[in-house]
Ligand binder design. Structure first.
Ligand code: S3P
Length: 433
């Protein structure tokens, strides 16, 4: 099992970091590229394992994808009905997005397919997509009555439905919208709080008409669309580690060019700025239907805040690194209404509370969040990633301000989203004078 040792150096972080392409948008670009008529060109995509698993899944469904250099894909879409029955089980690895979105696509296809994933993904709830997809007419079998993968799907003949999702989840919303695109009639999805809207933006960019009314999205099924150029921005969730590192390591200054700043994703910016962070959002523009900007972070004194339920969906993947910001901040940080964190790649509430206490940061785990007493001196030692890429990267950032070295076990999981993360982080130390 691979591990990292981070030795605090007392040096600032300085330089420019190009973060990987947005993971959420890459999954969607591959899937919509497959369902489009003709060629789509995807640039700046994420080469993490999660997205490469979706790429392989799309290939297993009979779609040709050519890789050009390290940064460009050509997807030869065959239209809504051009996919073919896979001859083997499709393995989505660690990716909830890959599995849940593909479930929506496969529910609409007139063939049999099986979706599975690694041991973490096989423990994550799938009933949240299986229930609406069954209501639309798909036959889905799975462990514990379809609550867990593997999921065996006999798709086709879907009918559009109205579905009110009990969770604010872009994966559920996207799975239902993808099935709705393949269904007869209209599909309407309502969510309790607004989740990321990359699927809606990509559909609109591709020319598929959508009606959006606050928390409700509707589309008419069986609307075909042409392939297009899809430029994937940098992943704000990957940039978040540098935003926090640049904030908490004294005298730092880091530029993060071309990062996605979709307003349903920018909770991390709002919360850090509320904590007193010095972050400039420069040159905001739209690329392939998504807001993009350059981010400049300089170190600052942070103070604790309360992050409540309404901020959770747009901050959902950033809580592990926010916990490290909270540890370095003055005063208390409370996170509430975040029970969804318990069903991520690991139970992130439990993982972060446990590892913060190992860092000698007072942290209390609550049913729906955490309470962290900041400005503690972080102590080094041995830590675990829980097989979760975001926990591993967060602990690496903590290592920069700890009193003594930090050893993090089981860091191979970082490959799922951010190959080369540690080199990029440590390179910033060598740029400092
Ligand atoms: C994602 C949605 C979120 C997020 C995940 C990516 C997406 O999950 O945590 O990393 O691409 O739709 P939920 O939809 O389950 O909240």
């Amino acid at each position: 099992m691979s591990s990292w040792t981070i030795t605090p150096q007392g040096k600032p972080l300085r330089g420019t970091v190009q973060v990987p392409g947005d993971k959420s948008i890459t999954h969607r670009a591959l899937i919509f590229g497959a369902l489009a008529e003709g060629r789509s060109t995807i640039t700046g995509y994420c080469r993490g394992e999660d997205c490469l698993n979706t790429l392989q899944a799309v290939r297993a469904l009979g779609i040709e994808i050519q890789e050009e250099g390290s940064d460009r894909l050509q997807v030869m879409g065959k239209g809504l009905w051009g996919l073919s029955e896979p001859t083997s089980v499709i393995d989505c690895g660690n990716s909830g997005t890959g599995l849940r979105l593909l479930a929506g696509v496969l529910a609409g296809q007139d063939f049999f397919s099986v979706l599975t994933g690694d041991s973490s993904l096989r423990k994550r709830p799938m009933g949240r997509v299986v229930t609406p997809l069954r209501r639309m007419g798909a036959t889905i079998a799975g462990r514990k009555a379809g609550e867990y993968a593997p999921l065996a799907i006999t798709g086709g003949n879907l009918r559009g439905r109205e579905y009110v999702s009990p969770v604010a989840s872009a994966q559920v919303k996207s799975s239902v919208l993808l099935a709705g695109l393949l269904a007869e009639g209209g599909t309407t999805l309502t969510e309790p709080l607004k989740s990321r809207d990359h699927t809606e933006r990509m559909l609109q960019y591709l020319g598929v008409p959508l009606q959006i009314d606050k928390l409700t999205v509707s589309l008419n099924g069986r609307t075909s669309f042409q392939g297009a150029s899809l430029a994937v921005p940098g992943d704000l969730s990957a940039a978040a580690f540098f935003l926090v590192a640049g904030s908490i390591v004294p005298n730092s200054e880091i530029l993060l060019p071309r990062v996605g700043v979709n307003p349903e994703r920018t909770g991390i910016l709002d919360v850090l700025i509320q904590m007193g962070a010095n972050i400039e959002v420069r040159d905001s523009r739209i690329e392939s239907g998504e807001p993009v900007a350059d981010l400049l972070v300089k170190s600052a004194t942070l103070r604790g805040v309360h992050v409540g339920a309404e901020q959770v969906p747009k901050t959902i993947d950033e809580f592990p690194i926010l916990c490290i910001a909270a540890a370095a901040a003055e005063g208390e940080t409370r996170i509430t209404g975040a029970e969804e964190l318990r069903v991520k790649e690991t139970d992130r509430i439990h993982a972060m509370a446990t590892e913060l206490r190992r860092l000698h940061v007072p942290a209390e785990e609550t049913q729906d969040g955490l309470c962290i007493q900041g400005k503690a001196t972080l102590r080094g030692g041995s830590f675990g990633s829980y097989g979760d890429h975001r926990v591993a990267m967060s602990l690496a950032v903590a290592g920069l301000i700890a009193q003594s070295p930090i050893l993090i076990d089981d860091v191979a999981c970082v490959e799922t989203s951010f190959p080369g993360f540690l080199d990029k982080l440590l390179d910033l130390l060598t740029n400092s004078r």
